[in-house]
Design a binder for this molecule. Structure first.
Ligand SMILES: [Zn+2]
Length: 130
């Protein structure tokens, strides 16, 4: 169990823009369910493949830390996060995910929320084309 369980109030106060806040919440809430899912074992892997890269199951970890279609945006996010969290570069993607979705630091939350919002719109543009 994680001691730093999700503190909804903190990030709600940080994110002023309603639309950004909603998108951030979506990812964060399902990220919370993720660990329960992985304990149960994920079924029907191929049905849940990322429709953009087709390389992995599209869960929140893939979306936030892994998918190559958001590489450029992720690079920018990681650069900003490195200033706030110097240990960040030594972490693996699961650790990075836990940190960026779990830290109740306003700057981290704001950078992450705007990254998620950008990625989700890239995603829906690409999905609409395919
Ligand atoms: Zn992908």
């Amino acid at each position: 169990m994680f001691k730093n369980t999700f503190n909804f109030e903190n990030y709600l106060l940080c994110i002023k823009d309603r639309n950004t806040r909603q998108k951030y919440c979506q990812i964060r809430i399902s990220a919370h369910n993720l660990c329960i899912e992985s304990e149960r074992g994920i079924k029907d892997t191929k049905d849940r493949l990322c429709k953009l890269c087709l390389k992995d199951v599209e869960d929140e970890i893939h979306f936030v830390t892994d998918c190559e279609f958001y590489e450029k945006e992720r690079c920018e996010l990681y650069k900003k996060l490195l200033d706030i969290l110097p240990d960040f570069k030594n972490m693996n993607k699961i650790e990075k995910f836990k940190i960026i979705m779990g830290v109740a630091d306003c700057d981290v939350v704001l950078h992450t929320a705007s990254y998620i919002k950008t990625c989700l719109s890239i995603r829906s543009e690409l999905m609409a084309k395919s």
